[in-house]
Design a protein around this ligand. Structure first.
Ligand SMILES: C[S@@+](CC[C@H](N)C(=O)[O-])C[C@H]1O[C@@H](n2cnc3c(N)ncnc32)[C@H](O)[C@@H]1O
Length: 478
């Protein structure tokens, strides 16, 4: 095989033609495919080659020579450094086309399907300020845009240095200070900036994972666009009630309609925004969310969908694709906090959710109770065991007529796929946040007994390359 002519470090001019995985753009150069970070299909650009593999190369954008007609001015002033919104410089309609194509490509190339009806992607009602939750990190070190290295090279930072923002991609030791994020709301930005100011004025310290000192860890802001309730959760290393009381007073002066303030205390080494204790300084310690007429209590540690209107459209699609009848028994596998199960409950005889995280099961049961739903049950366990070995939970239940699966990005374990086929349901609805693993699993599901009927992508995360996809399979008649 002829060696590629490209080398690492080469700078070449290319024309970008398509969008590829992870938001990269594709170019062809002397028979080689190039994946280019931060370029936009339609650009002609100078790019620098960063890696050369057998059949493709990788490159980063050096300079745009002729901009793509799909380019728009990014709205966020942190764009390009913050890794949050890779596609803000691409018009939203084009983002949707790329996501749609990504689903088609995965089905064809990974799943081996042809001619599957891929319905038009459901775009997000709001392309900005769509998130219900933001998690910011405190750090003693700042990522500077002009000079992307700070204090740690040379003298060490003062212990009282407080920076608050988002991690830049692949850098977990430093944060990019954010003062105006376009993802949650202007009020959320006010809380962010007021918190940073408060921390500096009061000389609060930042906790570093390798030390047993320092106070601040994370700031988590949750808000429901539907009920208007809003939570601030300050995650700290230790319990300092005086500081929290002063912080709450300051927050209320700044944002009078704040409904709850929580202090999560995490004295462990794990750098996560969860903790061993939660102290409530204002309100009830949770906010109420609404999806499909159902109410959910979302506490500081609960998982909840971040783009609620789109989650509702995703669930509507799952419900429509399931073609439920009143006598149906539905298994909701990977059920999380039970939102899909509860959303389907009024249309069927019974729903059973299976989920591995105990706290999610407790939330699901609580949510069922709060909404007066009595035909749902939730089973805790890893599906690899719950469908193969520890199957006693199925004994008292009728066999499912419809199965809904909503696995994590890694998709389903092959053994679980086989067991799901063995359940012999009339329909399987597969909700996925990763079209590649979904296509792989669909191929296995359709090996013999099932036929892929149609799919519909749903955009939950504008300006990112992520896309959700709902697929429905039908059992072949014997
Ligand atoms: C994409 S979430 C789905 C959440 C839920 N359907 C919703 O819409 O909110 C995937 C869920 O699968 C759970 N999970 C991951 N691996 C699992 C396994 N092997 N067995 C059971 N549940 C698992 C995770 O804890 C998570 O709650």
């Amino acid at each position: 095989m002829e060696r590629p002519h490209l080398h690492r470090g080469d700078e070449i001019t290319v024309h970008l033609t398509d969008a590829a995985f992870e938001g990269k753009a594709v170019a062809r150069h002397e028979g080689m495919v190039l994946f280019v970070e931060r370029a936009v299909p339609g650009d002609t650009a100078l790019v620098r080659v960063t890696a050369v593999k057998r059949s493709f190369a990788e490159a980063t954008l050096t300079r745009v020579l002729t901009p793509s007609p799909l380019r728009v001015e990014p709205r966020c002033r942190h764009f390009g450094v913050c890794g949050g919104c890779r596609w803000q410089q691409v018009e939203y309609a084009a983002q949707l086309r790329f996501k749609q194509q990504h689903v088609v490509d995965a089905l064809e190339r990974i799943g081996g399907f042809t001619g599957v009806p891929v319905e038009p992607i459901v775009g997000s009602e709001h392309a900005y300020f769509y998130r219900g939750k933001m998690e910011y990190s405190f750090s003693r070190k700042q990522w500077l845009i002009e000079k992307p290295v700070s204090h740690d090279e040379g003298e060490s930072p003062a212990v009282s240095a407080v920076y608050l923002g988002l991690h830049v991609p692949q850098r977990y030791d430093k944060v990019l200070e954010i003062d105006d994020c376009q993802l949650q709301s202007p009020t959320s930005n006010r809380i962010l900036n007021a918190t940073r100011e408060f921390a500096r004025q009061h000389n609060l310290t930042v906790h570093q994972p390798e030390e047993e000192e320092g106070y601040l860890r994370f700031l988590v802001i949750r808000e429901s666009k539907r009920t208007g309730e809003r939570m601030v959760n300050l995650v700290t290393y230790s319990n300092e009630p005086e500081i929290m009381r002063a912080y709450t007073r300051m927050l209320l002066a700044e944002v009078p309609d704040l409904t709850t303030v929580v202090n999560t205390i995490n004295s462990s080494r794990a750098q996560i925004a969860f903790g061993q204790r939660e102290e409530i300084y204002l309100g009830e310690g949770f906010i109420r969310e609404e999806i499909g007429g159902l109410r959910f209590k979302v506490s500081a540690s609960s998982f909840f969908q971040t783009n609620v209107p789109q989650a509702e459209r995703l669930y509507q699609t799952a419900r429509e694709f399931a073609e439920l009848v009143p006598d149906d028994v539905v298994y909701d596998l990977y059920s999380g906090t039970g939102t899909i199960a509860l959303y389907l409950a009024d249309a069927v005889r019974r729903v059973v959710g299976v989920e591995s995280v105990a706290s999610a099961i407790r939330d699901a049961e609580k949510n069922a109770g709060e909404n007066g739903i009595t035909n749902c049950a939730f089973v805790e366990g890893d599906l690899k065991d719950r469908l193969t070995k520890n199957t006693e939970w199925m004994n008292d239940l009728p066999r499912p007529t419809v199965v809904v699966v909503d696995p994590p990005r890694s998709g389903m374990h092959p053994k679980v796929v086989d067991e799901v086929v063995g359940l012999d349901a009339r329909r399987i609805v597969y909700v996925s946040c990763n079209p590649a693993t979904q296509a792989r699993d669909l191929k296995q599901l359709c090996a013999e007994r099932y036929r892929l009927v149609k799919v519909r992508p749903v955009d939950m995360f504008p300006h990112t390359y992520h896309v959700e996809n709902v697929a429905v399979l039908e059992r072949k008649s014997n």
